[in-house]
Design a protein around this ligand. Structure first.
Ligand code: ATP
Ligand code: MG
Length: 417
């Protein structure tokens, strides 16, 4: 696929054919909002396309286009207003990105996003480029299920497993745990017989992710490895400090992520998620301790700490990649913990979580996304805690959790590795 990126950088604060240099985004959620804030800080105007007239990014942008993602007139307007375009979510229709790319530079490309939209293609891409580069990181054993023959042919060794829809899953939605073939059959019916993958349930001791930013010139920089803790399938907390993940695994995860980006000729910010397996388990003997799970072709919730703990945030680098600006290696200057703030918190505190008490604690940075309707599980904001040491960051995180009533139990144990 031909890269549609500018040969010349789009310099911020300039006029392009009489119009202020403007960057556009498909999707107006919190990721689009934080991207727009980074772009505006640098001097760009921003344009957002989202069906919701009150979208978090639309509310703060110079231009908000309120149409569906496949509306030709809305897309034409976005292309007319913006000199370069990105996306804040992976389920954007590939045809929409292709239409935009006929008129403007689009990063990441429709082809890269298409791989991330489909777990079957994504796993095949991971295994192909990691094997080719001799990186000893594998995907979880899996079978793809597209028809009843596939269902019947599933090897018993995949049980117990997790059935996941091949497309459109997020925050653990579209997933069912199954213990045997009968449960698998019922779960596939529950998921309406859409294409799925059955993955072997692995003995996780931790989860981590790596963010890279790659420019059109192939220059690729990465952030430190993030350790992620989920609750009910939704990211609850990310911890970042040297040693959060054993050094050999961290190195492997970074190498794997860089190869995955390179293999797509990727331009933009890319996040790859990994599992760390129990070293004593038979699965770790067969697969190795690090298993690659999935990727997001955009900034990621686990990278929100970069806003306060790094000299460049993931959103700054997203802006640089799409505008063809140089990338510098981001530097972590503080130990950090990110706590996700879900709607449950608003429901538990009658709409008024005690932010004044939280912000009285050292190194706390509150980010709210401008969403007025709190719902259980809805991402309303996050709190970054930065400190000189991981111990201090943890101590503040415990105080914040007590003030907000955040539970300290996670899907996978949080003890040090
Ligand atoms: P995201 O919100 O990251 O997009 P998702 O819905 O796309 O999530 P996954 O990341 O594949 O789904 O899975 C969600 C969580 O379920 C993982 O973070 C992990 O805790 C658990 N999980 C997924 N696959 C496996 C597996 N094969 N073995 C054990 N646990 C798993
Ligand atoms: Mg995930």
């Amino acid at each position: 696929m031909v890269s549609s990126l500018p040969l010349k950088p789009l310099l911020p604060g300039t006029l392009v054919q009489g119009q202020p240099a403007t960057l556009g985004v498909m999707g107006g959620g919190q990721l689009g909002r934080m991207w727009a804030q980074a772009a505006q800080r640098m001097g760009y105007a921003t344009a957002v396309l989202d069906p919701d007239a009150q979208s978090p990014a639309g509310l703060i942008s110079h231009h908000a286009i309120t149409t569906t993602y496949d509306d030709p007139a809305g897309l034409a307007q976005l292309a007319q207003l913006s000199h370069a375009i990105t996306t804040e979510f992976e389920n954007v229709p590939a045809a929409a990105l292709e239409q935009l790319a006929r008129q403007r530079p689009v990063a990441p490309t429709a082809a890269s996003v298409a791989v991330a939209q489909d777990r079957i293609e994504e796993k095949a891409h991971f295994q192909r480029c990691l094997d080719a580069k001799g990186v000893p990181v594998k995907v979880a054993p899996y079978a793809s299920i597209q028809n009843t023959e596939d269902l019947q042919a599933v090897p018993l060794g995949l049980f117990p497993g997790i059935l996941k829809t091949a497309r459109m899953g997020y925050d653990g939605k579209g997933q069912v745990r199954v213990a045997n073939p009968a449960e698998l059959q019922a779960a596939w019916a529950q998921l309406k017989h859409v294409p799925c993958v059955l993955e072997q349930l692995l003995p996780l001791v931790a989860e981590c992710s790596v963010l890279v930013a790659r420019g059109a010139d192939g220059n690729c920089v990465h952030f430190p490895v993030q350790r992620n803790l989920h609750r009910n399938g939704i990211l609850a907390m990310t911890e970042i400090y040297p040693g959060n993940v054993p050094a050999d695994l961290a190195q492997q995860a970074v190498a794997a992520t860089r190869h995955i980006a390179q293999g797509l000729n990727y331009v933009g910010v890319l996040c790859v998620e990994f599992f760390v397996l129990d070293a004593a388990s038979p699965q770790a003997q067969g697969l190795g301790r690090l298993v690659v799970n999935e990727m997001a072709p955009r900034p990621h919730n686990s990278g929100h700490y970069t806003l306060d703990a790094c000299d460049q945030s993931q959103f700054d680098l997203q802006v640089r990649t799409m505008a063809g600006l140089p990338l510098t290696v981001p530097r972590l200057h503080s130990a950090a913990i990110m706590l996700n703030l879900l709607g449950d918190l608003w429901l538990a505190h009658a709409g008024m979580p005690p932010w004044d008490a939280v912000l009285a604690l050292p190194g706390t940075h509150l980010h709210l996304y401008g969403k007025t309707q709190a719902r259980a599980g809805r991402k309303m904001g996050h709190l970054n805690i930065t400190s000189a040491t991981p111990q201090e960051a943890r101590a503040v995180a415990l105080q914040v959790s007590a003030l907000l009533g955040l539970p300290l139990d996670f899907d996978v144990d949080s003890k040090p590795l």
